[in-house]
Design a protein around this ligand. Structure first.
Ligand SMILES: [Zn+2]
Length: 451
């Protein structure tokens, strides 16, 4: 079939069966399952619950929510609700369903804006709150294990056609989501469904699952990282996984929560750090459109920078951490102060390490003076570059050399500093790394060579 010929939109999956509405000219129908583990990332799986309880009664009376447009009968207690981009079938209360739809719609605005592609077809989701309310047979075989494991699964169908040049093209794609109702699971699966329905593919496992995990943890307000405590603890206490290992081909979706944690970490870093975000979106689009590209191709030339920031991120992140505010400044040039030369830099309280423009050699003596005040939180009173009694808010420095950092050292409102090693001097307002976003103000620091 040539690509110019008309297509009929694919039908829906109900209970695992594809309802074929395609024209006879369609060929090469390919069914793919994208299995996702959503929240299973940190849970010890519960033993399988019995789903045997329940009413075989099927009611056709649909309360308030509209009738299932596939014509299927919904079990008693399962209702259908819809919004602009979603239809959900669920045993959640009407209020909880509305809240979920509202949240999914808001997230979808962000996701489709990110990819620059409005959602093109309704995303169908089955959201299970109380498993006992779903009678035997109401959850398809492909989804039952995911639901019993308090996770989710996106069942996807792809319709491909030949374009006359012997190449396969995606003609249509449809996903059906099954997810438990716990906050992040429907969000995770909705990202898969959006990507599949709008691009026909979700990319390699590391990308598909990493992006879906960003969806899982998505919140309307950007108040920094909020991931499961168990995942945070694991990432912070583990030997950092090699980036090429995280992005290695041939991985299996649904493998284990630890792999999901690393995928999340990498995708979070690449999507939020302004040094890497501009290349990340086109990489993702290329991966989902099956172009010949890879993490290595795109980031290989900046592998030292990215490795440095990846390790920095793992070391300093915690709940509330803001990768965008802690991005490393690779651009500002530093030079050694000679004679009467001076350097001046404005240091913002709500940023991580900031380039001072000063390079030192071991034994160099630098004098500095800092003026101005900053606040560590909106409610706190202002402090100068010496900080408060506990040392919070004090101007501090660190030396960067060959992609490594020295131990941080105290500076303050004025004094002399003798370099213990070669390096570029970076400075910041000392504060908990996860609490810098609410800081305000800046101080101006002048450096000159000490006699
Ligand atoms: Zn997934």
């Amino acid at each position: 079939m040539n690509c110019g010929q008309s297509l009929l939109i694919i039908g829906t999956i109900a209970d695992g069966h594809f309802r074929d509405q395609r024209k006879q000219t369609m060929s090469d129908f390919h069914r793919a399952l994208v299995v996702c583990l959503g929240l299973c990332v940190f849970l010890t799986f519960k033993p399988a619950e019995s789903l045997s309880q329940s009413s075989k009664n099927v009611t056709k009376a649909k309360p308030n929510p509209k009738i299932n447009d596939t014509g299927d009968e919904l079990p008693r207690g399962i209702h259908e609700y819809s919004s602009k981009n979603f239809v959900i079938r669920t045993d959640l209360s009407a209020d909880a369903s509305k809240e979920l739809l509202s949240r999914l719609e808001k997230m979808l605005v962000r996701v489709s804006k990110y990819y620059g592609k409005p959602n093109s077809q309704i995303i169908e989701m089955n959201v299970v709150h109380d498993k006992k309310r779903w009678p035997p047979g109401s959850i398809p075989d492909e989804a039952i294990n995911s639901i019993l494991n308090d996770a989710g699964i996106t069942l996807s169908l792809t319709l491909t056609q030949h374009n006359g040049l012997g190449e396969k093209q995606i003609a249509a794609a449809k996903s059906i989501v099954w997810a438990v109702s716990e906050r992040g699971v429907p969000q995770h699966e909705a990202v898969h469904a959006y990507c599949h329905q709008n691009f026909g593919r979700t990319g390699p496992t590391w990308y598909a699952e990493g992006m879906a995990e960003l969806g899982q943890y998505w919140r309307e307000t950007n108040d920094g990282i909020q991931i499961h405590d168990e995942v945070m603890k694991y990432l912070k206490n583990s030997q950092p996984k090699d980036l090429l290992e995280i992005t290695a081909p041939g991985q299996q979706t649904g493998d284990n929560w630890r792999n999901y944690a690393w995928r999340w970490a990498l995708c979070h870093l690449l999507s939020t750090n302004p040094n890497y975000a501009p290349r990340f979106k086109p990489l993702g689009m290329g991966l989902m459109n099956d172009h010949r590209t890879s993490f290595e191709d795109v980031y290989g030339p900046m592998s030292k920078e990215i490795s440095f920031e990846y390790l920095f991120f793992l070391k300093h992140m915690n709940q509330g951490y803001r990768s965008d505010l802690c991005a490393w400044d690779w651009k500002t040039k530093s030079q050694r102060l000679r004679g009467t030369a001076t350097a001046q830099v404005k240091v913002a309280a709500n940023r991580g390490w900031q380039a001072s423009r000063v390079m030192v050699k071991e034994g160099d003596k630098i004098s500095y003076s800092a003026t101005g005040e900053w606040e560590l939180a909106k409610s706190n009173s202002k402090v100068g570059p010496d900080g408060d009694e506990a040392g919070r808010g004090r101007l501090e420095g660190v030396l960067f050399t060959d992609y490594r950092l020295s131990e941080p050292f105290d500076l303050g409102s004025s004094g002399e500093y003798e370099a213990q090693m070669d390096g570029n001097l970076f400075v910041r307002c000392r504060d908990d790394w996860c609490e810098i976003a609410d800081n305000q103000g800046a101080v101006t620091v002048k450096f000159k060579s000490a006699p």
